[in-house]
Design a protein around this ligand. Sequence first.
Ligand code: G3H
Ligand code: 13P
Ligand code: ZN
Ligand code: NA
Length: 320
Amino acid sequence: AKVTTTEMFKKAYEGGYAIGAFNVNNMEIIQGITEAGKEENAPLILQVSAGARKYAKHVYLTKLVEAAIEDTDLPIALHLDHGADFDICKSCIDGGFTSVMIDGSKHSFKDNIELTKRVVEYAHKKGVVVEGELGRLAGIEDDVNVSSEDSSYTQPEEVEDFVKSTGVDSLAIAIGTSHGAFKFTPEQCTKNADGVLVPPPLRFDILSEIEKRLPNFPIVLHGASSVIPKYVDIINKNGGKLADAVGIPEEQLRKAAKLAVCKINIDSDLRLALTAGIREHLTVHPDHFDPRQYLTPARAYIKELVKHKITDVLGCNNKA
Ligand code: G3H
Ligand code: 13P
Ligand code: ZN
Ligand code: NA
C-alpha cells in the first residue's frame, strides 16, 4: 500500500535499522528498486526531486509508483526530495505524495522555521508527513552547488527548538555526508594500503548530541551513496571517465542505521549502477540499438545494488 513514513520510522528506530530512500526518474529505476524490495520484503521510500518532476512529469512518476505498489504489494512511501518552497510541497501534497521534504536549510534559522511550519500545517491537514533540514551539506543539488566552505554541520543546540516550533516529522542533518559521486576531493582524503581514497569520517559525536536532545525522533541522512567501486570501474572500463569518485564508506552507514538515522538517501549509486549496465552492454554489443537490450542489464544492476543496500547496509530486509 501507499503509506506515510510514520510507521516505517517508528519500527526502524526501535529495531535499529534504516529505510532506504531511493531517487526515481523513470520506469526502469522504479522497477529495479521495487523488485529488490519485493525479494527482500523491505519497506521502501521512493523519492522524486524537482529535477525528476521536470524530466518525467509528476503524473508519470506518481502513476509508475502506483503501478509498482500494485505489482509488489509492499509498503511504499512517495516522497518529495528537496522541496525548495511552499508551492512545490503543496503541489506534491495535493498530487498524491505521502511525504514531502521542505529544504529550508539555505535560509536563516528563523526563516527556515517559518517556511517549514507553513508546510507542516498544510501537509498535516492532508495526512502527509514532512521532513525538515538543519545544516548544510556540501555537493551538488539541482541548481545549488554548495562548496565545502559554505557547508556546515547541524548545530545540536538548534534541533529541539526547530522540531518543536515547526512540528516536522523527521529531520535531515549535516554530519559530513555530501551529494553526488565526488563527495570529497583527493586532498580531503587519506589513502589506505590498497591506494583507495578514504574520506574523513562522519561526525558521530554530533549525531549522538542530536539523539540526546531528540529522543525517539527519526533522523535523515542525505548524500549517503557509497559510490561502489564495482560500478565506477565498469563505467571507466567501458569508455567512461569518472576519476576520483568517492562516497561514504558503508561501514559508517551501517553504524548510522543502527542509531537514530531512520532514512538513508541514495541517488548517485543508482545512477552509477544504471550507467554501468548500459555502458557494459553497449561495449559488448556495439550493434545493439533496441533500448530494451541495454536497459535490461541496467535495471538488473539497479536491483542488485538495492538488494545489497537493503540486506548489507540498511538492515531493513524482512521489515515490510
Ligand atoms: O539531492 C539531490 C538528488 O540526488 C536529486 O538529484 O536534483 O539531479 O534529481 P536531482
Ligand atoms: P547521493 O548523491 O549521495 O546519492 O545523495 C542523494 C540524496 O541525498 C538525495 O536527496
Ligand atoms: Zn539530498
Ligand atoms: Na536507525
